[in-house]
Design a protein. Sequence first.
Length: 340
Amino acid sequence: MGNTLALVTGANGEIGRSLLRALAEYGGYDVVSLDLTPLPGEQRPLVSASYVGNIMDSHLLDQLAATHEVDLVFHLAALLSTRGELHPELAHHVNVEGTMNVLRIAQKQSSRSGQPVRFLFPSSIAVYGLPSLETKRAVGKVREEQWTVPITMYGCNKLYCEHLGRYFTLYVGQMGALAAAARVDFRALRFPGLMSADTVPAGGTSDYGPEMVHAAAEGRPYHSFVEAEAIIPFMAMPDAVRALLELSRAERGRLSSCVYNIGAFSVSAGEIADRVRGAFRGAAIDHRPDPVRARIVASWPEGVDDSRARSDWTWRPQYDWDAAFDEYLVPRVRDLYARH
């Protein structure tokens, strides 16, 4: 039995770099990467082939699919929420049409080989849209089917792509000659806010959490764009990467859905700021809420019900808030800036 050939789009991003390391550490994978920018030198030995290009380039994707027999896709390339609000049409092109392009080549590979290509898709709590803080506090943890009325283009894109992936898994070609062909096996994770110690946040509306830590480690003041009372769920990056790998390996027969919430801990912006001030002497953090970004965060739930993931593929986070901060974020962020 040969190695699994995994295509990672957006490989040079926040999740992508951590995922490449995890795939190399686990073993058994030949990895093909795709990103708009070249992989840095330390990442290149982790892949067997690397492409620089755009997921909107269908000719490049066709070339990639013709060259490599892909078994597994981690489709991480996306335009994130803040930039998506500034450029909604571009967000639609990248997040929806780009995903359609990658699904198309995965479907072609599935049909050609007769085996479903597993397609892992990072969705987001941005798919939720709670109408008020009162409602948010009252409902607590939300299930996958609740409150899916997003107020951002990014959330709309992610929600539509979840449905698109479900369609490709269950119904694509149902009226055509390929009705009996193998279909893509699409699996989405609705990530909470992600906290990474290894990369600087870049454009997510939940980034105020990790931004506080990185700014304090650099000795820079930080002005939080949400109020101290703002609460959403977060997760340490190692748990996010592990969730992608665990779901990618789960047997389809055990899965009751194509879309899963996963949770770890919920914490307020004020609690994060207090913890950062305690860990980094002289950390200067205050709260200057931006009306639009704060409203977006307020529309996301305080927690998610991830019982479906816990039941179907035994999901369990390894990092609670204390461990995420004390054992992962602080020591690794300090080391990152000491080296630089």
